[in-house]
Design a protein around this ligand. Structure first.
Ligand SMILES: [Zn+2]
Length: 145
């Protein structure tokens, strides 16, 4: 399988990536979607709310701006990728994609927010005890935002 954080090929039965040290939940690293440089999840600055991410993706998609949810998650590569893809997806599917994409963006951005948060939690020196009082340390579940 491939580590979804750094893309390194690693053995199937490990819990941690031997190269970047990130924690790999069972089965999750089997997802080869994040293997390539273009689609790799970039580290976000703060914990993101999965429900907020899903809501942005779902509602913005009705005005063709579903990829904005990826900006919220700090994933500009995913924003541009999906933005370009949907330019073709709408006409090529005779707008069949229109009612479909809100659901796709909602589900994917919800899952990606969880992955982004996991990446932050796995970063050494963050969220761990006594690190000189990190200024960006915030509660996990923030209302709104
Ligand atoms: Zn790795």
């Amino acid at each position: 399988m491939y580590c979804k954080y750094c893309g390194t090929q690693i053995s199937d039965d490990v819990d941690f990536c031997s190269v970047c040290g990130k924690r790999l939940k069972n089965g999750e690293a089997h997802n080869t979607l994040y293997r390539h440089e273009l689609t790799r999840i970039k580290p976000a600055k703060e914990i993101r709310n999965p429900k907020a991410a899903a809501a942005i993706g779902f509602f913005m998609s009705w005005i063709f701006l579903g990829p904005v949810g990826y900006i919220y998650l700090g994933q500009w590569n995913w924003f541009w990728l999906t933005f370009i893809i949907q330019i073709f997806a709408y006409p090529l599917t005779a707008f069949f994609a229109y009612p479909l994409l809100p659901i796709v963006y909602g589900i994917h951005q919800y899952q990606m927010a969880k992955d982004v948060n996991e990446l932050i939690a796995a970063e050494p020196g963050r969220k761990s005890a006594g690190n000189g009082g990190a200024p960006m340390d915030k509660p996990f579940e923030r209302p709104g935002a």
